[in-house]
Design a protein around this ligand. Structure first.
Ligand SMILES: [Zn+2]
Length: 151
């Protein structure tokens, strides 16, 4: 699932669960639940399409964090921490991706990466994958906007 969807979902968790000891691990685990939903994904991680999509997605994810930082609603630091926590498991793909970008084949995956890969059973590069991403993002923006407290 897109990083921006992980960040916005983590932000929603941070706005609902105000105890950081609970909220941050819940946001982290929510990553894998989100990945289990049908979502968009581009198989060739070295293609220009993937690089453009990743750049736009990372830009949107960062923009979300910046907006929360600038607006500083109640519990803004926890909201941002949960957003980052929810997106963070995908950082495990970074070393493999860098190997792929060099034109080499990455080593076999360990048990955690295998689990993370298998949980994404319905990642597809087709219209309904993108539709589910956009629908989820709109739903989470709506929930977050109605949940932020500025008093
Ligand atoms: Zn993931």
């Amino acid at each position: 699932m897109f990083a921006s969807n992980h960040v916005i979902t983590g932000a929603v968790i941070g706005s609902l669960v105000v105890n950081p000891v609970i909220a941050i691990p819940v946001a982290f685990c929510a990553h894998f639940v989100l990945d289990a939903f049908p979502h968009y994904g581009i198989g060739d991680h070295t293609s220009k399409k993937f690089l453009y999509t990743l750049s736009a997605d990372a830009g949107l994810a960062l923009a979300l964090i910046v907006v929360i930082f600038v607006l500083q609603p109640q519990n803004w630091l926890l909201i941002i921490a949960c957003g980052v926590s929810c997106a963070s498991p995908d950082l495990m793909w970074l070393p493999r991706w860098l190997v792929e970008l060099k034109g080499r084949k990455p080593k076999n995956m360990g048990p955690v990466r295998r689990f993370h890969s298998k949980v994404q059973w319905a990642e597809r590069e087709i219209w309904w994958g993108l539709t589910s991403e956009v629908a989820w993002f709109c739903l989470m923006i709506f929930v977050l906007a109605n949940n932020l407290n500025f008093t």
